[in-house]
Design a binder for this molecule. Sequence first.
Ligand SMILES: [Zn+2]
Length: 429
Amino acid sequence: MIVIRNARILGGEPRDILIANGLISEIGAGLGGDTVIEADGLIALPGLVDLHTHLREPGREDAETVETGTRAAAMGGYTAVHAMANTSPVADTAGVVEQVWRRGQEAGHCDVHPVGAVTSGLEGKHLAELGAMADSQARVRVFSDDGKCVSDAVLMRRALEYVKAFDGVVAQHAQEPRLTEGAQLNEGEVSGRLGLTGWPAVAEEAIIARDCLLAAHVGSRLHVCHVSTAGSVEIIRWAKSKGWNVTAEVTPHHLLLTDSCAESSPVGPYNPIYKVNPPLRTQDDVTALREALADGTIDCVATDHAPHPVEDKETEWAAAAMGMIGLETALSVVQEAMVETGLLDWASVADRMSVRPARIGRLSGQGLPLEVGAPANITLYDPAVRTPVDPTAMVSRSRNTPYEGLTLPGRVVATLLRGRPTVLDGKLA
Ligand SMILES: [Zn+2]
């Protein structure tokens, strides 16, 4: 039996948490156990759940593997991640999703829930075997062509209709392809000054509006990946006001960084570390995204952890890969952008980073309140420290963090997966 001593559950008064057989067996004061985890001053949150992780396996094991990516997840306080389907081969069959799911079980650092591709090979031509993936051992409920947009309205409609049979959800990467041909950076003043091809907000907003209407028309569930513009927020707010089944996520980087990073970073302009899809937007967008996450219009934070090897990032802007890693810094960035600004308290952080993403992914046993009888999926977090971000200290196989040198608050001290520590004293257990 493990006892966590003096943890502040959701930031409340200190309590002891007793764990037996993977479950929380008692919460109180002066509890004893065989193993003691001292948690003075630490906040206890339900284990974090990520709806949007790129683990890169199979196919790009030089960037990340299920093993290294789930280690990074545990270090970030996560007890479950959804692994995106844009691998090689694509996760578009029961065979591939079961392979990823099994690798996650073998690694054991956190639960791995494969996302199934919407279309075969992410080619946008034919629906993938959605039913077979749902019925597989991996029990897929989230389907996405992420990295690419399901731009064909008929295919999108069919996918939304199809997933209703097993209470699935289509997670759309909203990017109108014709409007973003060759696009490099948010279309605006900065892209104009830098001479980079603009990536207009309307390319995201047009797809989100269309998909909200399609989801309402067929009575299905839509999830919008990585919302990045103020206009997208307005559309989602409108769809929710209609009672439609639409949910949305925002990434930590879109809550903190703007397109001006591409112009005036500490290391000079055109640093491709800031190249990401969707692109970093303006300060007005950041403000709107923060408000939307606070008022629940945006349901959750998802990392879009996108590891890339050095040679794919450290090249000229136009040739560089899009994406940044984020699992190990997500909670710190959310503290900086949302808690330090007074927009979210810790109970709401738990809601946006654990409860709601687990519900959207239809996970049982994750995202549950820290109560007696619940699975002991617990993150212990020290909000009081501030440390400079050091990429070389990260456990992800890749190093493409945009926060290098930035001083961020907080540190994950321990992560427990069904009562078993995966991280202790800030190190892999
Ligand atoms: Zn995406």
